[in-house]
Design a protein around this ligand. Sequence first.
Ligand code: OAD
Length: 235
Amino acid sequence: MISKETNVVILTGAGISAESGIRTFRASDGLWENHRVEEVATPEGWAANPELVWNFYQQRRRQLLEVEPNSGHHALVELESYLEHFLLVTQNVDDLHERAGSNNLIHMHGELAPLRCEECGHVEIMMDENHLGENFLTCNQCEGRMRPHIVWFGEMPMHMPEIEKALAECEVFIAIGTSGHVYPAANFLHIARRHGAHTIGINLDPPENVYFFDEFFQGKAGEILPHIVEKWTTE
Ligand code: OAD
């Protein structure tokens, strides 16, 4: 079904990084590392308690130094090197796809490694030990306060025109490790279908939009992906 010429768009979510030891968002109780979403993932939460939000993301940024890409991330690199038309869109803010070797990659919800100036918008990777502590950091360009380079609820996801164009052109759309709860990402499946793409889901639990996939594989991405990628790239 997939050949070298097939145009493939992939959407990943927290599930692909779960086997690397990063907790998914909706794991059990609706809390992220013991915080309500509104406290740590909205502009209002940042305005109300910037110390709490800063430390929440500093903790997650420090965690990046302790985790490694898993076999799911590596399988997607294999697939990318086999295909001529490939785009990987991730909702994840960790850097495990790029550390595995993915190239054609869009972080639609931002990234943990860079920070962004609240004043001038300057974005800079700040991951050495001087930048991972509790104190707020200032911009090297204008001395404004740096904030997480993360798309919070109520903010616009990044690179949407590019993503929508790719969805309209793709022949196969694959969603991996995402619960289908958060829009606009949950709608990508429908956009791709409307344009005639074959749709595949790979997830540990059936996601919200499971009935709209042409094929659904239930299980761990790190176990399923290496098998199907090997099958696609050798047949
Ligand atoms: P969720 O936590 O909502 O969903 C993760 C999904 O991964 C669940 O459906 C799990 O069943 C599945 N899963 C867990 N382990 C897995 C594994 N080993 N292999 C395959 N699937 C596995 O995470 P997302 O859908 O990514 O946004 O959440 C979307 C967005 O919600 C996030 O990007 C974040 C959050 O609000 C922002 O931060 C803006």
